[in-house]
Design a protein around this ligand. Structure first.
Ligand SMILES: NC(=O)c1ccc[n+]([C@@H]2O[C@H](COP(=O)([O-])OP(=O)(O)OC[C@H]3O[C@@H](n4cnc5c(N)ncnc54)[C@H](OP(=O)(O)O)[C@@H]3O)[C@@H](O)[C@H]2O)c1
Length: 271
């Protein structure tokens, strides 16, 4: 289900593990010049500088690019986040990206932070114009409700979502409370390529498994941020926008009888 007024473009470029400076800069530049308008990074990814350099190098005006990053990954947080530490983390992102503001700032993981402090501070930064919109990531419905109590303007929840973890209940919940869903690891971190049902749909349409999978995401109205490094994968994924899967194929992918979560670290919430 599409959240009608969501500002998040449906297909973006994921950049996790794309850390070599020139390669990452070139991936971002290639994607933007091909037509992508949404780039996803994070303080954790250690690539905000090359992502910023890619945006700067691309022949696309900054204001046309939807730039999303994330703070408050548990590996970057010592003790409880405070207003000062959150502001400092956001300043660090903007400085590494080389921008005055970002379009979207996610809370990377909820952990057991004081969500009042987190969301009050991010809402202040939004009021000050350093962040256009605030989003969350890896939030359970309970976390989303707590965040919305503090800041009703949270726009999206970025979660692991792919044909092996379709998150139907979470999608339904988010639609009910007006929060958009962004799929991370939309290609199951590369595991979609060995799934016979996906191969069958891809073969029927004469496209790659990646393209068929991303078309399934788009058919469900979620945004997706596949990570792709070289031009061939970046182009293949972008072409998913023009593949309209018939309902029977969407249902066949929904019915894949496997449930696999690839991101379930010790700081993950009780899903
Ligand atoms: N919020 C969070 O906690 C969180 C967690 C994980 C990920 N994320 C975000 O989600 C993004 C995507 O997740 P992900 O990187 O884990 O996995 P993914 O996008 O599901 O899969 C990426 C893998 O698929 C390959 N690939 C991409 N397009 C392809 C194509 N058309 N044909 C064949 N192979 C293709 C990539 O190879 P190449 O790189 O060689 O192109 C890479 O090995 C991340 O980059 C990050 O931005 C967020």
């Amino acid at each position: 289900m599409v959240i009608a007024d969501s500002p998040v473009p449906r297909l973006g470029l994921g950049t996790w593990q794309n850390t070599e400076f020139e390669q990452c800069r070139d991936s971002v530049r290639t994607a933007l010049e091909m037509g992508y308008r949404h780039v996803d990074t994070a303080e954790l990814y250690d690539n905000e500088e090359p992502v910023g350099a890619g945006i700067e190098a691309a022949d696309v005006p900054r204001e046309e690019v939807y730039l999303a990053t994330k703070v408050l990954h548990p590996r970057h947080v010592e003790g409880d986040p405070t207003r000062a530490s959150i502001r400092e983390a956001v300043d660090g992102c903007l400085s590494r990206l080389g921008v005055d503001s970002v379009d979207l700032m996610y809370v990377h993981w909820p952990v057991d932070y004081d969500l009042d402090v987190v969301h009050t501070t991010l809402a202040e930064l939004r009021d000050e114009g350093r962040i256009d919109d605030v989003a969350v990531s890896n939030y359970t419905p309970d976390h989303v409700e707590r965040a919305l109590d503090v800041d009703p303007d949270v726009v999206a929840n970025q979660v692991e979502l792919h044909p092996l973890l379709p998150q139907a209940e979470l999608r339904e919940f988010c639609a009910e409370v007006g929060v958009d869903v962004v799929a991370y690891a939309p290609l199951a971190h590369g595991e979609v390529f060995d799934v016979p049902e996906l191969q069958r749909v891809a073969d029927d349409h004469g496209v790659s498994v990646a393209r068929a999978t991303l078309a399934w995401h788009l058919a469900h109205g979620v945004a997706a941020v596949p990570k792709a490094t070289g031009e061939e994968h970046i182009r293949d994924n972008w072409a998913a926008r023009t593949l309209d899967l018939p309902e029977s194929d969407v249902a066949a992918i929904d019915d894949i009888d496997r449930r696999e979560r690839f991101f379930d670290s010790d700081y993950a919430p009780d899903w």
